[in-house]
Design a protein around this ligand. Structure first.
Ligand code: SF4
Length: 380
């Protein structure tokens, strides 16, 4: 299969690993910002194959995980209202709010539907003119263009029963927040290739220069990730801090100008809270005044929400790369994908979910006192 099998070749992976081993002379800590990359790393055991000097720190790149509890609770409140069709991507349904999740709302009679695109939600609005259709518009720069397009189309079609509950976040301000945190150990970044395929690379040189960190735009297959690591380690060993594109088959310097134009027409930059992390200035998007009529928070009165995070969940530390999921006492015991305490355990891009899927036997073996089956299938 073109562009997938080629980037899983074990021999090439071995060669890249040898090169990383030969290059790394000191300890280096690299952060992959994207949850998709985290899953690929854990699934293929890439972190375990690296020389011990090179540590991978998992960053806050899971869109479902960073959606604030307050917004989840607003979603639950809107979804429970009569006359509303609430649309979301599937993994959002299991994310715990303060006292329930969207599945519970659906079980209690709410019309909650899983869609595969905001345009599916738009089509529902067109077919159900007597219902209010709300789409849960979360995510990074990757999902923003399609959400912007849906609102744009709604206005063009004159649909007044369609709105977005918006919780969009942007990567560059998160990088800044990570680098300015007192406990930060990150020395280099694997920048998410899909984000750069939309936004281009223009926002990164200033960050690389200011924080003196290499930023290597990286894809998602094992060889992509190993190549990103190889380049970042090479820069660190040479004392360099540049932006490099290690994912040229998908990322152009300028990104996708048409998608960026669509985002800029519909959204404007705003401060956003990130679940488990807190408020980050200029780290999100909201609908502009011209599209405010399509903002579900304006259409429905959802003020006065009181939220409460579960005390034992350490997802905030996981999302900032301060602990690995297996260091959380609830991991695999009171917190599992069936009984999640935090979004990081239930999202398809969550770090806790990745460790549960591919590492839980290893992680739980010492507590169980038995010999753990090896769940990790390294790529090389
Ligand atoms: S394992 Fe569960 S409780 Fe622990 S940080 Fe992850 S989501 Fe939260």
């Amino acid at each position: 299969m073109k562009y997938i099998d080629e980037f899983n070749d074990p021999q090439l992976a071995r060669r890249l690993l040898d090169e990383i081993r030969a290059t790394a002379t000191r300890p280096w800590a690299l952060m992959e910002v994207c949850g998709g990359q985290t899953h690929s790393i854990i699934r293929h055991g890439i972190d375990q194959l690296l020389p011990e000097q090179v540590e991978l720190i998992h960053g806050p790149g899971c869109p479902v995980c960073v959606t604030p509890l307050e917004v989840i609770d607003k979603a639950l409140e809107i979804a429970a209202r009569p006359g509303v069709i609430f649309c979301s991507f599937g993994d959002m349904l299991r994310v715990p709010g303060t006292d329930r999740d969207l599945f519970r709302v659906k079980g209690e009679g709410g019309d909650v539907r899983v869609v595969y695109s905001p345009l599916d939600a738009l089509e529902l609005a067109r077919r159900n003119p007597d219902r209010e259709v709300v789409f849960f518009a979360i995510g990074f720069e990757t999902t923003a263009p399609a959400n912007a397009m849906a609102v744009h189309q709604a206005r063009r079609l004159g649909l007044s029963n369609f709105s977005l509950l918006v919780s969009h976040v942007r990567v560059p301000p998160a990088v800044e927040a990570i680098m300015t945190a007192p406990e930060c150990r990150v020395q280099g970044f694997l920048a998410a290739g899909h984000v750069c395929s939309v936004m281009g690379m223009a926002e990164y040189p200033e960050l690389a220069e200011r924080f003196r960190v290499p930023m290597v735009v990286t894809g998602f297959e094992p060889l992509d990730i190993l190549e990103g690591i190889r380049r970042a380690v090479r820069q660190l060993e040479r004392g360099e801090h540049r932006v490099e594109n290690a994912y040229p088959r998908a990322v152009r310097e300028e990104g996708n100008p048409a998608a960026v134009r669509m985002i800029e027409e519909v959204f404007e930059v705003t401060d956003r809270s990130w679940r488990g992390i807190g408020r980050i200035p200029a780290s999100g998007w909201r609908l502009t005044d011209a599209f405010r009529a399509y903002d579900a928070e304006h259409r429905f009165d959802v003020s006065g929400i009181r939220t409460e995070e579960p005390a034992e969940c350490r997802a905030g530390e996981v999302l900032q790369g301060l602990i690995k999921p297996t260091e959380c006492a609830a991991f695999g015991t009171t917190c599992t994908p069936r009984t999640p305490l935090g979004a990081t355990m239930v999202s398809s891009e969550g770090a806790c979910a990745a460790y549960y899927l591919y590492r839980r036997m290893n992680a739980l073996a010492p507590q169980a006192g038995g010999t753990a089956p090896q769940e990790v299938t390294p790529v090389a």
